[in-house]
Design a protein around this ligand. Structure first.
Ligand code: UGA
Length: 427
């Protein structure tokens, strides 16, 4: 089957490559000509485990190609997937639908006359599929199409595996023809499928992300309590997670949730609830507490380290195994610390370029983690990169004996750092 994907970001690109693995022919469209050129040469525009290898293989087998020309890309495509960004609007809460609206107009105006299923994979508020259907009625010269909701549940840093081993594939449509086409699209995929109405599919996505954000916020609250009452958060989380009704994932206490999804989607969900004259107070609290966690964690550092001393920050991306620094709590902590400390050296294995755009000249950028920790009075771990854990002994050889370790993601085994004062979360 030929699949056309609009958008080559953190969702569009791994999804396109995932469909290649399933045996489909994929054409990805992006407005950015330099990005398209890079991808056609096999150079990945973002860091994601296995992505470069699969890109190289798929290009070699000619199962994927990239173009700026939407008309050519749509030719013979049976399924079109819109995977463009839906960032937060200028109002700071609602979802900005500018890109999806533009993409829908362009697809509609260029859609060939053969039957096509147009899927909305971007995270969009309830009712957006109806809105896009109206765009198609206005811009498309025929009506041989269906608009379906096809929300994505992959996580950055594990995108390809999440695509292939998804817990579920949610298809939002009332059209039997579209359902049959999408069932064929996923014929080689083992995950269970759930076919629901478009509005339910749209809400499943937001409700799932917000639920996970609440879960993270909750475990951070319990971690705060552990610190006061003498319990250990790892043990508490393990014991909770053994209850199948709770589940053992997303119970890792740390610096709070960040990234391009949870902060944006939780806000958008509260906006939708208010639009429908109801509210979601649990989500409101999760947003507020996640924001206030930055101040709490900065305060702990200022109690331990003097303003004249040197800090080494390890990890800047919103989580490990990605280069993405969007809405990264680590970046927000670094910004707050830069108001109080003159000497801050930072290092991230993949996120330095993105971090530089956000932190500018507020900090010093180390070429290696070893350079960052040289002469530091405190090492603060903000992202759980495995390489920090593996190399930590080596890193410690390059620091002062008096250097303290503040491990805000509970990455290290305290036994690794017995000669240094070690602080972590929830213990
Ligand atoms: C999230 C969802 O997990 C995906 O299912 C969804 O498809 C995606 O959003 C999206 O809407 O596109 P993602 O933001 O890539 O995925 O990454 P997560 O692994 O969910 O992490 C989000 C944040 O929560 C990170 O800052 C992470 O460090 C934090 N987190 C996660 C914790 O603090 N503790 C945990 O136990 C898990």
């Amino acid at each position: 089957m030929k699949v056309c994907i609009i958008g080559t970001g953190y969702v569009g690109l791994p999804t396109g490559l995932g469909f290649c693995i399933l045996g489909h022919k994929v054409v990805c469209v992006d407005k950015d000509a330099s990005k398209v050129a890079m991808l056609n040469y096999g150079n990945s525009t973002l860091y994601e485990p296995y992505l470069k290898e699969i890109l190289t293989k798929s290009l070699k087998e000619q199962s994927i190609s990239f173009t700026t020309n939407i008309k050519d890309a749509l030719k013979d495509a049976q399924v079109v997937i819109l995977a463009v960004g839906t960032p937060t609007s200028k109002d700071g809460v609602s979802a900005d639908l500018t890109y999806i609206k533009q993409a829908a107009q362009e697809v509609a105006a260029n859609l060939p006359k053969t039957y096509t299923v147009v899927c909305i994979k971007s995270t969009v508020p309830v009712g957006t599929n109806d809105f896009i259907e109206n765009i198609f009625k206005q811009y498309c010269l025929h009506s041989n199409w269906d608009i379906c909701s096809l929300p994505e549940f992959l996580k950055e840093g594990n995108a390809i595996m999440d695509f292939l081993l998804a817990d579920r594939i949610v298809i939002g449509t009332d059209s039997p023809r579209a359902k049959a086409k999408l069932t064929k699209l996923y014929a080689n995929h083992k995950s269970p499928q759930l076919v629901v109405s478009r509005r339910s599919a749209e809400l499943i996505k937001y409700a799932s992300n917000a639920f996970l954000a609440i879960k993270i916020n909750y475990i951070n609250e319990i971690a705060n309590l552990c610190e006061k009452c003498g319990a250990k958060i790892d043990e508490v989380a393990k014991g909770m997670g053994m209850d199948k009704r709770i589940g053992n994932q997303f119970l890792k206490a740390g610096i709070g949730f960040g990234g391009s999804c949870f902060p944006k989607d939780t806000k958008a969900l509260t906006y939708t609830a208010r639009e429908y004259r109801t509210n979601v107070p649990l989500v409101d609290v999760a947003i507020l507490e996640n924001d206030s966690r930055i101040g709490q964690l900065v305060k702990r550092i200022t109690h331990l380290v003097k303003p004249t001393q040197k800090l080494a920050l390890l990890g800047l991306t919103f989580k490990a195994n990605t280069d993405d620094c969007r809405e990264s709590q680590a970046i927000k902590i670094a910004k707050e610390l830069s108001k109080k400390y003159k000497h801050i050296s930072v290092y991230d294995p993949k996120g330095m370029d993105n971090a530089k755009k956000l932190l500018k000249d507020k900090v010093e950028y180390a070429k290696l983690s070893i350079d960052a920790v040289k002469g530091a009075d405190a090492i603060i771990i903000l992202t759980g990169w495995n390489c920090f854990k593996v190399n930590f002994k080596k890193l410690l050889k390059n620091t002062k004996k008096s250097c303290i370790i503040i491990d805000y993601v509970n990455l290290l085994n305290p036994k690794q750092v017995t000669n240094h004062k070690y602080y972590c979360i929830g213990k």
